[in-house]
Write a protein that binds this ligand. Sequence first.
Ligand SMILES: [Zn+2]
Ligand SMILES: [Zn+2]
Length: 366
Amino acid sequence: MKIKNWDIFVFIVFYHLLLVVLIPAAITAASWPAILLFFVTYIIGGMSITVGYHRLYAHKAYSANAFFEWCVLLGSALSLEMSALKWSHDHRIHHNHVDTEKDPYSIKKGFWYAHVLWLFDYQRDYDASLIPDLLKNPRVVLQDRYYGVFVAGVNLAVFGIGCLLVGPLASFYFGVLLRIAMIHHSTWFINSLCHTIGSKTYARELSAVDNALLALLTFGEGYHNYHHAFAADYRNGIRWYHFDPSKWTIWLASKLGMADKLRVINEIALQKALVLKDKQLILAHLEAEVDTVAAELKAKLEDVSTVFEEKAAVIMLKARELKQASDEQSKTIQKEMKELRASLKLTWNEWIALTKQATKQYDLAH
Ligand SMILES: [Zn+2]
Ligand SMILES: [Zn+2]
């Protein structure tokens, strides 16, 4: 690979070197307030990317008021990851062309390419038709036009405040250098590790994976297989126990009146779509197989998916009935729905077991 973006290359190499060279000095300058300064700037900068750039701007998973947007646009200056406009432009290409030549950070070009090398290689083929909504947003356009001013202003202000609180060296090391490095690698991990190590529950055909450990580092973005399958959802970790602070922040912002139109995928509709997709995928792979085991598997896939669809349809129907029911009727319907959901869950588990068996038996994971 030939380096095309020398400015980015020099910047990234230089700050990593500085990060290492200054370790002895940083150890002597370290203090609890300095570590706190690191965490505060890391969280603000990192969450501005996940909550703001990613879920608000790139995916329109919810809408936010001007105050919230300004918090994001100013906070993101701490991450040094380009303007919201350019970031979203490239990210929409990633989703539209994932795992192909057009994907800016395609994992097919290797782990380190997807992690960081792409930044030295990438030539943006700017396409305004990818971001019409963002070009209409005056705040986003302003941040893009004066991005350098935003970055310099916010970072100098943070460094200045840090100097007063913990001294110049600790402020520079913990509040600037270490913070930038940690935010960069967290984001880059999503493009590298989250396309390499983890499980694929929602979109088996993609390289994206769910990795709970990475969710800890990336403010919830580790559930990347779900995200690639249902990018419009404001959540990446959909279960209550999934560590997704970006989801919690957006939810809290909605309760405080700063965000609304939070988009979620209906659980049953989601599972139904998955059953259909998995079935098509596996049957297509099994087409050439003529042995009895494959024939049995095909029949079982048809059976279980039909049962699932029938049960799902009944629940959807009951949900509609519930809307028009009287108080007394609704109690009975709710009870029925509870039982139906439990029964659907069993069929869902049966389906998952079946797809796992097929994946293992016929090596469909790749
Ligand atoms: Zn995305
Ligand atoms: Zn991805």
